[in-house]
Design a binder for this molecule. Sequence first.
Ligand code: ADP
Ligand code: MG
Length: 237
Amino acid sequence: MHADIDTVRNIIEKAKKEGRIYLNEIESKKIVAAYNIPVVKVDVARDVDEAIEKAKEIGFPVVLKIFSPDILHKSDVGGVKVNLKNEEELRKAYEEIMNNVKSRVPNARIEGVVVQEFAPDGLEVIIGGLFDQFFGPVIMFGLGGIWVELLKDVTFRLAPIDEREADEMIKEIKGYKLLTGYRGAEPVDIEEIKKALVNVGKLLYENQEIKELDLNPIMTYRNGIKVVDARIILKGE
Ligand code: ADP
Ligand code: MG
C-alpha cells in the first residue's frame, strides 16, 4: 500500500511555514500512520470536558499527555497518565498533569492534552531515525527502557532498507532473545517489527527534511505492535 504522501507533505509544509522544526505528537503520529505503521488512536482536547468527550469516542481506558510546544519529554515533568479507566480517573489525571506542569515548567505554553488509546503493556522497542550530513538518512533499532539507556543496545543502517536488512537489524541486537520469548515469556510479532522498520526507512528516505525521528516506545505483542509515542524534528533552515 502507498503512503498518504499528501498528508505527510501538508504537515511538513505547515510546520515550515510557521517556522517550527518540532512537529507535535499528533502531527508526528499522523506521518507515521501514513506509512502504514500501527499507531494508537489519538486526538487533542483543549479542556477537561472535551477530553472526556474524546475519551468516549476513542473508548476507555485512555492515556492523557500534556500538549505543549515547549515540552519534549512529557513524563519528566509529570505530563503523562496512563490506563485511565473512567471519567473520574480522567478528571483526576487531568488536574494532576496541569498542576505538575504548571509547577515544574511555569513558562510552558499549554495547548491542552492529547487523549489516546491505552496500549496494554508489551515488550517495548524503539525505532529511530536521523539525517547524517555525510551518509544521509539513517535508521536505528533497539529494545526500549534500560536496554537503550544503560546498555546502548542499538543498531543502525542507511535508509531505505529492505526486509532482509530489517531482519538482520532485529537479529543483531544483544537483547534479540527477549523478542523470541526468553524463559517462557511470550514471543513478539517480529514480522510486524520488520515491516515497521522497512516503512520507517522509506519515510526517512522520502522526507529528507526530517532531522530526527523517535518512535519511543513501540509496544510489541504476540500479535501486532503499536507506536505509543512519536517525535519528529525537522532540519532548520
Ligand atoms: P515521553 O517520552 O515524552 O516522556 P511518552 O509518550 O513516551 O512520553 O510516555 C511515557 C511512557 O508512558 C511511555 O514510555 C510508555 O511506557 C507509557 N505510554 C505512553 N503512551 C502510552 C499509551 N498510549 N498506551 C500505553 N502506555 C503508554
Ligand atoms: Mg517517549
